[in-house]
Design a protein around this ligand. Structure first.
Ligand SMILES: [Zn+2]
Length: 240
C-alpha cells in the first residue's frame, strides 16, 4: 500500500430505500476509524464514514435508525437550492407554473396566466412577493374546500387558520380550529382533500388509532394513495 492510501480503503456508491425513496450514499471505509458517522453535504449528498470491519447490513441499520434526521437534512439542503430564477418550476395544484420575471416598476405584482406565474418585483423582493401570492390563494382555495368537505358530512364549517409550519400539513386545535399549511396549494387536489379530511376526522377521533383511520376512510376512501403521494412530494412543496 502506498502512502496516500494508508488508512483509507476504496469509496463505494451505495443506495438504500428510506422514507419511501431511494437514498444514494457514498460509503467511505477506513482502517483507522472506530465508529460510524453520517454526514449530509451542501447539496444533499449523503456520506457514511465507516470502520473497515462493519458489515453493510449494520450500515443499513445505522442509516435506518437516523432516517428522520436524514430526511430533514436532505429537505433543508434541497430547500437551500431553490433558485428564484426565470423559468423556475413553481408547484401549483399538482402541476407547475413557469416563473416569468418582469421588470419590477413601482409596485410589485404577481399573476398566474396560461401556465406561467408572472412576477413584477425588484429581484430581492421576488420570494416574499410570490410567497404572499401563494398565501392569498391558499386562504381562498382552502377555505372553500374545507367548507365543501364539512358541509358534505353535515358538520358546521370550522374556522381555518393558515399555517406556515415547517414540517406539518395540518392540525386541529382543542378549540376546533383547523390549521392548514399554505403550501398545500402546491399539491394536487387529492393530496389537499386527504389533509382536510384527516383534520375533519380528528373531530371524532383525536388520536391516530385504527378507529381514526377508519373515520378518514369513510370521509376520503382514496386516503392511502393520497397520503403516500403527499409524503413523496413533501420535499418539493417545502422548498419555499
Ligand atoms: Zn392527525
Amino acid at each position: 500500500m502506498d502512502g496516500a492510501g494508508m488508512g483509507t480503503l476504496q469509496d463505494s456508491r451505495q443506495s438504500l430505500e428510506l422514507n419511501g425513496e431511494t437514498v444514494d450514499f457514498l460509503l467511505r471505509r477506513s482502517r483507522r476509524r472506530r465508529t460510524l458517522a453520517l454526514r449530509v453535504g451542501e447539496t444533499g449528498e449523503v456520506v457514511v464514514n465507516a470502520p473497515h470491519f462493519v458489515a453493510l447490513g449494520d450500515i443499513h441499520r445505522f442509516l435506518h435508525s437516523h432516517r428522520l434526521w436524514l430526511g430533514r437534512q436532505r429537505c433543508a439542503a434541497r430547500a437551500r437550492f431553490f433558485a428564484w430564477v426565470e423559468g423556475a418550476a413553481m408547484p401549483w395544484l399538482g402541476s407547475t407554473l413557469t416563473l416569468s420575471l418582469l421588470p419590477g416598476g413601482g409596485c410589485s405584482r404577481v399573476q398566474a396566466e396560461e401556465g406561467r406565474l408572472l412576477c413584477a418585483a425588484p429581484p430581492d423582493g421576488v420570494p416574499a412577493v410570490i410567497t404572499r401570492w401563494y398565501q392569498r390563494q391558499a386562504r381562498e382555495l382552502l377555505t372553500q374546500r374545507l367548507g365543501q368537505h364539512a358541509s358534505r358530512i353535515g358538520r358546521p364549517v370550522p374556522p381555518l387558520r393558515l399555517s406556515d409550519a415547517r414540517t406539518r400539513w395540518g392540525s386541529l386545535s382543542a378549540r376546533g380550529v383547523v390549521s392548514l399549511n399554505w403550501r398545500l396549494v402546491k399539491a394536487d387536489w387529492r393530496e389537499i382533500d386527504y389533509v382536510i379530511c384527516h383534520e375533519l376526522a380528528h373531530f371524532r377521533q383525536r388520536d391516530h388509532s385504527p378507529a381514526f383511520w377508519r373515520e378518514v376512510a369513510t370521509l376520503f376512501p382514496a386516503w392511502e394513495t393520497a397520503r403516500r403521494e403527499l409524503r413523496d412530494n413533501t420535499w418539493r412543496y417545502f422548498q419555499f
